[in-house]
Design a protein. Structure first.
Lengths: 255, 333
């Protein structure tokens, strides 16, 4: 296991949000982090991306403590798409995406041919090629989200950590994104994503991790995780579990 | 504007040409002993030992122009770094207390222990500026990130006021040094000589190269601390290194010519308007613009109440203060 947490507690201002979590991320899968608001999904993701420092325990990356690895080297392995992003002033879409190549660029941030190829391809994949010369600050929320996603993908890391990547996106872009994640997964990337739509998670992800109040309640394949009792325990909802008529994955319908 | 559409190299060359012209004008204009434009040129490459005018150019005006160029570039670069590190459009040596702190350090050493000489005052200026800035950053919570722009500026104002009060106390206590300290507080290139130049240029070159070196990291800091860290920037090293560079740049500039304000605030914004948001481009543009502005203000400072001199710092404050107000009104801080 490349990425794992050991007795990890992490939070803000001395208050632990994630409490003593032991977790091994299964390699080569699409993993969804699920749970109600404030359960610590984002906090856990940020800790795994070394944005937050642990209060207790540690995060391990290939047998080493995450915080002991050189920043630039780690940035070639893990990329995080945070949930809320700033709106940078005066920066063009193509320049923002190009910043995703920073961990690789040589002297003074110079881009080589390969960098340019990767930038072009992620812009195409996220459907923002036409926006290249526009200012990021002038885009709509959904467009901007795709630009940030493109920057994260330009980092070309084997591990992708996404915090609600579908935010602000319309339904067709959400579906496109999930297909893109599958494609990236087939290319060998491990993807860990926070999702709110449980049915989306069940349909597109291989492994679900369910959290509540800073702890992991259960994890496993969508079939083993999604049950009536889980929906009741974690989300306080009375729901029935049916089968998706197309994908044959479990699907929950709220009563 | 046509200028903004020029390629980066073209912009730099055009600005350098403008700087050369400003420098040349500054070499011969407003002199009590008449200096012709040709004298100014001759003094540079084939000096006539008998000409007083050419001696004035070589011994007084040339070091003055060169020091003005370096001071301007230093302060502009320091402003760019400070705005990049704090993500605050109002960050600059004068607003965040470095000028006042350096002034206090300088005044203290030159009043109480004048035998330390130039080196002593330089070190005192850097120490004073460093302590003041560290206090402002701590009070303003700037290391935690976030958008508390107002708080940082308030901390800067408070620390500046405190330092200014202490500086006045020092002047009152050591009255015999007061005149020198007061001239210095206003910021003037009147006393800039080759001796000052020799002390300034090595620090200036190291500081400016260092600033260019961290420009790509400053680009990533624009995306917020989280994104910068995610993209492989070591935040602690960039912030410590950047702060050290600021102290080097501001400390050396201030100990050479005194507390010149507003260059570090004004120029980064002008450079951004001209060259865009990429630090690798607007930082060099800011350095050249800063040099132009200081050389120009120095020239104007000799003209206003000719033949007496107004401190260049006063001219800059006259231009800078309205611009500061404009910024505060334009931005939603």
């Amino acid at each position: 296991m490349s990425l794992s947490t050991h007795n990890l507690s992490v939070g803000y201002h001395d208050k632990a949000i994630v409490k003593q979590v032991n977790l091994s991320i299964p390699e080569g899968k699409i993993i969804a982090l699920l749970g109600p608001n404030g359960c610590g999904k984002s906090t856990l993701l940020k800790a795994m991306a070394r944005i937050l420092s642990p209060m207790e325990g540690h995060v391990q990356w290939q047998g080493k403590n995450l915080h002991s690895i050189a920043s630039k080297k780690l940035a070639q392995q893990l990329a995080l798409l945070p949930q809320t992003q700033p709106i940078p002033e005066g920066i063009k879409v193509k320049d923002l995406v190009a910043y995703g190549r920073s961990p690789y660029t040589g002297f003074w941030g110079r881009l080589n041919r390969q960098d340019q190829l990767i930038i072009d391809s992620v812009m195409h994949e996220t459907g923002i090629t036409e926006l290249a010369d526009q200012l990021v600050s002038e885009l709509s929320g959904g467009q901007r989200q795709r630009v940030w996603l493109a920057m994260t993908l330009a980092q070309d890391t084997p591990y992708l950590l996404l915090d609600e990547p579908t935010t602000y996106m319309d339904l067709s872009h959400q579906v496109e994104l999930m297909h893109l994640l599958r494609k990236l997964n087939k290319q060998g990337k491990t993807i860990i994503t926070v999702l709110h739509d449980i049915n989306q998670a069940a349909r597109y992800c291989d492994h679900l991790i369910v959290m509540k109040q800073g702890s992991i309640i259960t994890q496993g394949s969508p079939d083993s995780v999604l049950t009536q009792t889980l929906m009741k325990d974690v989300f306080s909802l009375n729901a029935q579990i049916h089968r998706d008529p197309i994908a044959k994955t479990p699907m929950c319908v709220v009563e | 504007m046509i200028f903004t559409r020029l390629p980066f190299i073209g912009q730099c060359l055009l600005l350098l040409l403008f700087l050369l012209v400003c420098g040349w004008i500054s070499l011969f204009s407003w002199s009590v002993i008449a200096v012709t434009p040709m004298d100014a040129l001759h003094a540079l490459y084939k000096m006539n030992e008998d000409s007083i005018a050419q001696h004035i150019v070589h011994d007084l005006r040339l070091p003055r122009v060169l020091i003005g160029i370096m001071v301007g570039a230093n302060l502009a670069a320091a402003g760019v770094i400070m705005q990049g590190l704090t993500q605050n459009p109002l960050a600059s040596p004068s607003v965040l207390g470095i000028n006042a702190g350096a002034a206090l350090g300088m005044a203290t050493v030159s009043s109480i222990a004048p035998w330390f000489g130039l080196l002593g005052t330089s070190v005192a200026a850097m120490l004073g500026g460093g302590i003041a800035w560290a206090l402002v950053m701590l009070l303003g919570n700037a290391w935690r990130g976030g958008n508390e722009h107002g708080r940082l500026v308030l901390a800067g104002v408070a620390i500046s006021a405190l330092c200014a009060a202490l500086t006045k106390a020092v002047i009152i206590i050591a009255e015999d040094q007061a005149a020198g300290v007061l001239t210095w507080l206003a910021g003037s290139l009147t006393d800039a000589r080759w001796q000052t130049f020799d002390a300034l240029w090595p620090v200036c070159i190291i500081g400016l190269l260092g600033a260019l070196f961290i420009a790509p990291s400053l680009n990533l800091l624009q995306l917020g601390d989280d994104n910068a860290r995610n993209l492989g920037v070591s935040l602690i090293w960039v912030k410590l290194g950047g702060s050290f560079l600021v102290l080097l740049l501001v400390g050396s500039a201030i100990s050479s010519v005194g507390a010149i304000g507003f260059v570090g605030l004004l120029i980064p914004h002008m450079a951004r308007m001209l060259a865009g948001q990429d630090h690798r481009k607007f930082l060099p543009v800011a350095m050249i613009l800063g040099a132009c502005l200081v050389v120009l203000s120095d020239t104007v400072s000799r003209a206003i109440i000719y033949p007496a001199e107004t401190p260049a710092g006063a001219i800059l404050a006259l231009i800078g203060a309205p611009f500061f107000i404009y910024l505060v009104r334009k931005r939603t801080l």
